[in-house]
Write a protein of this length. Structure first.
Length: 414
């Protein structure tokens, strides 16, 4: 039984929503964030990536950066561009990309559900990234961006959401620069809030789609605040973290491609020859290779594109994680041939989301004389099955598109 509760969001006034809303902190690099923030002083990146307010010499993890994030958040509230709702509410968040729409509910998930395995994860986290988000939450005393969750929605909840959208006006309705339309409705009616709360009690499992570091960090902050407040009742806001829950069958997963900066001191011919033990190789002259089915991948190196099809004996009768294409690549190529032992920490590997054009991968590989691998996307079914059995995928196995924007909802921990 999932616990999902309403909260009083700190959120933009309608006329500022489009300018404040920003891509999540981990979807842009520092240079990109700086340019966005320079052009838009209202951008929420001034809170999520406060290092953009400093020169490039200032490390992103300096204490002054977290202090700046706190001050920027306070200033937006003092100016009245972010206003806290007077009632505990749920929020409908709809995203439309290329004529495909997904509709979720924004609320707060329980840190106990995370600890007890009702909220299920499928990836390991990195301690340095967790620590960054912990320091950010502690400074701001808030969850500034949501964890992206998915589940099997009860039919009654789907009907309710569609009915609410049809009979109520959206408080936000704008198209972002990437042509994704974002719409938000507020549900503050007490009876409706209770209905949603009760519907979530029918849900046995919630699955983290994106935001493993935000979830883990939120839980650690909440547990620490419990220690600081030994008389806590469990109703305090720090017992919950900001989430958006979508129906799993509405989500779109794109692949997460890999680029290795070099061939691990191998000659190109020797490297390609090593692949023939596990893959059928086909030269694809003149154009990028995008795989169209599972157990296939594209590869670019030395000015040539190749199609790689995994031999059946590599994945047949293997466990679910070992059958993933990202696992096959890691276990048969990246580790034994290219020397990438831990893709979470190795500086020679770069992960590129599936929304990037394949020609861009080619350019990046050419810059260092390395190799690019174009992956076939992991399915939502695979994600849920692996999470359900308590197993873990390799890092960066999924890229969900469109991205949820930060700044539309802030959950204060007091």
């Amino acid at each position: 039984m999932a616990v999902f509760q309403a909260f009083q969001a700190l959120r933009p006034v309608p006329e500022k929503a489009a300018r404040i809303a920003a891509l999540p902190y981990d979807a842009v690099n520092r240079k990109e964030a700086y340019q966005i923030g320079k052009d838009n002083p209202d951008s929420f990146l001034h809170i999520e990536r406060a290092e953009i307010d400093f020169s490039s010499e200032v490390d992103a993890y300096e204490e002054c950066v977290y202090k700046q994030a706190k001050e920027n958040l306070q200033k937006m509230e003092e100016k009245g561009v972010l206003v806290k709702d007077s009632k505990k509410s749920f929020y409908i968040y709809e995203l439309t990309r290329k004529e495909k729409t997904q509709t979720g509910i924004v609320g707060c998930s329980s840190i106990d559900d995370y600890e007890n395995g009702i909220i299920k994860k499928h990836e390991l986290t990195r301690e340095d990234k967790e620590r960054d988000r912990i320091r950010h939450m502690e400074a701001c005393n808030a969850n500034t961006s949501p964890v992206y969750l998915a589940c099997n929605y009860p039919e009654e909840l789907l009907v309710f959401l569609n009915s609410w959208k049809e009979t109520h006006d959206a408080v936000y309705d704008f198209v972002a620069e990437n042509k994704v339309r974002h719409r938000v409705w507020v549900i503050e009616d007490a009876e409706a809030v209770m209905k949603i709360t009760e519907e979530f009690k029918k849900i046995s499992s919630l699955y983290i789609a994106d935001g493993h570091h935000r979830a883990a960090s939120s839980v650690k902050v909440g547990l620490e605040k419990r220690k600081e407040n030994p008389d806590y009742t469990g109703k305090e806001e720090f017992n919950y973290f900001l989430s958006v829950v979508f129906p799993e069958d509405q989500l779109t997963i794109l692949p997460y491609h890999r680029i290795i900066t070099d061939l691990n001191n191998l000659e190109e011919k020797a490297f390609i020859g090593s692949l023939k033990f596990n893959f059928e190789l086909m030269l694809m002259p003149g154009f990028p290779c995008k795989p169209v089915e599972k157990h296939c991948m594209g590869m670019y190196t030395g000015g040539q594109w190749y199609h790689l099809k995994t031999w059946e004996d590599v994945y047949v009768n293997k466990d679910r994680v070992s059958q993933l294409d990202v696992s096959i690549l890691q276990n048969k190529v990246l580790r034994p041939v290219l020397g990438i032992e831990d893709p979470r920490t190795d500086q020679r590997i770069r992960f590129v989301g599936g929304n990037v054009k394949l020609r861009k991968l080619q350019e990046i590989a050419d810059e260092t004389g390395g190799v690019a691998f174009v992956m076939y996307p992991t399915s939502m079914e695979e994600l849920m099955e692996i999470a359900e059995e308590g197993s873990l995928m390799p890092p960066k196995s999924t890229w969900f598109e469109p991205k949820l924007l930060s700044g539309l909802f802030v959950h204060q921990l007091v």
